[in-house]
Design a protein around this ligand. Structure first.
Ligand code: ADP
Ligand code: MG
Length: 468
């Protein structure tokens, strides 16, 4: 049976009855049976049975090694097909699991227009994948169509974070803050992996077919991974952007010095590093300026663990198509892969480079009463009204870009309190972390640790990298 899904027509519910509903529903089982929901038109064609089936499948954590297993672009056709099938082996159950998680939110929350938009995006994306995952992709023509679907998926979900943030802000009367943090943490961490899988196939496809901006493909890149990423370069790039945001907002740009191992490089995902560093620099620059200490430079110190030897990095860079791991796409092969955390990651086991960055500011530190909350989504000491107004004026896009998912359009200095928790989620995804040390009255040190392409053991230790 084919059911249409969408969340209820919240628009017909007055705020008062929404509140009443919230109280009533807290005594009723959640979520209500799907057929009790009203169903505005939706283009999703996936059936409930299929969503349940997919959501019940085991999900295997993603490792950086998974992303390079098909080899270095340009990929031959067989490797490109293998990447497409690998991507398809992971995405449907991940999307279905997110749909289930959204359905498990209180009815009044999922009925919010912003949250329901995200819910419908997931249904839409899973529906567009359905024609592809029924049988393996065997021809390049099919692979091209699939890649188009991946591009659509990445586009559809690009504004998820600001949209969800706005939805949860509007629902804060109806749901406990701890529940919001739990949901968002799980959802956004899962999203990191899902996007990465899709973006990696897109990047491999483009680099292999000559559609990418750099042609021939940059030898230090395997899709979205840069095997020779220099943290110092990322810091300088993000500094330029954040300083400009400061100039617009406050009329000053704090200076920044980089010391330590400025030439260090490792294998990581530039997009992720840019997001984290932009957020940390925004916090440091805002505190520096607001405390009136803009003459004090922010200091970024880079350290790389002694075991980052060039030979290990060299062996990664030499990774070629012939070394790509063969992958068994039969159901048995997939089951085995999903249940075995110790999947052979070939030459990538060799290195676990680790980089630490310390971002030190003289911005006066964090007040003790704020400190316990800094890791909660939506906690901010920034003027809340200003952020919400900016978001509302532009239909939820401009002001909320502060928490967008890429490092390119985070155009507010602060606002919705997603910088630290989401930055930490990115860092932890591949076994790193963020620690904050505040000296109230003086300044703040933030330690960002990042694991490069590492050992499976290290990945297993990561908080959520192993969950989704
Ligand atoms: P936002 O920047 O949108 O407020 P964040 O999650 O980035 O959200 O930070 C949460 C809060 O933590 C900030 O509002 C601020 O009060 C505090 N904070 C974070 N970093 C610093 C810092 N370097 N110095 C002082 N306070 C900080
Ligand atoms: Mg911030």
């Amino acid at each position: 049976m084919l059911l249409k899904h969408a969340v209820p027509r919240w628009q017909h519910i007055s705020p008062l009855s929404q509140r009443r509903w919230a109280t009533q529903t807290s005594q009723q089982p959640f979520p209500p049976a799907i057929n009790e929901w009203s169903h505005p038109p939706s283009n999703a064609t996936i059936s409930d049975e299929e969503i349940y089936r997919l959501a019940a499948k085991p999900r295997r954590p993603l490792t950086l090694a998974d992303l390079v297993r098909h080899g270095k672009p340009p990929l031959r056709d067989a490797a490109l097909l293998s990447s497409a099938n690998f991507t398809l082996s992971l995405l449907p159950s991940r999307l279905a699991h997110r749909i289930q998680a959204l359905r498990n939110l209180p009815f009044i929350v999922v009925a919010n227009p912003h949250v329901s938009k995200i819910y419908n995006n997931y249904l839409h994306s899973l529906s567009t994948l359905e024609p592809f995952y029924k049988k393996p992709i065997e021809t390049i023509e099919e692979e091209i169509k699939f890649t188009d679907a991946m591009a659509d998926l990445v586009r559809t979900h690009s504004n998820t974070i600001p949209t969800l943030a706005q939805g949860f802000l509007q629902c804060r009367k109806y749901i406990e803050p701890a529940e919001v943090t739990r949901f968002l943490d799980q959802h956004l961490r899962a999203r990191i992996g899902t996007r990465l899988v899709a973006e990696q196939h897109l990047a491999l496809h483009m680099a292999s077919t000559g559609e990418a901006a750099t042609h021939p493909p940059d030898p230090s890149h395997v899709g979205v991974i840069d095997l020779a990423l220099r943290p110092a370069d990322v810091v300088r790039q993000c500094e330029g952007f954040v300083a400009e945001v400061c100039e617009l907002k406050y009329g000053v740009r704090p200076s920044l010095v980089i010391d330590g191992e400025v030439d260090a490089e490792f294998a990581h995902i530039p997009m992720h590093l840019e997001y984290i560093i932009t957020e940390l620099l925004k916090n440091a620059m805002r505190a520096t300026i607001e405390s009136g200490n803009e003459r004090e430079a922010i200091e970024v110190t880079i350290a790389s663990a002694p075991d980052v030897s060039t030979t290990k990095l060299d062996s990664l860079r030499k990774l070629s198509v012939t070394e790509a791991n063969a992958f068994d796409f039969s159901q048995e092969g997939l089951d085995e892969y999903c249940s075995s955390p110790d999947v052979d990651v070939g030459p990538l086991n060799a290195a676990a480079p680790c980089i630490t960055l310390r971002i030190r500011d003289r911005g006066g530190g964090i007040p003790p009463e704020a400190l316990p909350n800094i890791w909660s989504y939506s906690f901010t000491t920034f003027d809340h009204e200003e952020a919400i107004e900016a978001a509302d004026e532009t239909g939820g896009s401009a002001g909320l870009n502060a928490i967008s998912n890429s490092g390119t359009n985070q155009s507010s200095i602060a606002g919705l309190g997603y910088g630290l928790p989401l930055g930490r989620a990115y860092a932890e995804y591949f076994g790193g972390g963020i620690a904050v040390q505040s000296m109230y009255g003086w300044g703040t040190d933030v330690y960002l640790t990042l694991q490069g392409i590492g050992k499976m053991d290290d990945v297993k230790k990561s908080k959520n990298g192993f969950e989704e």
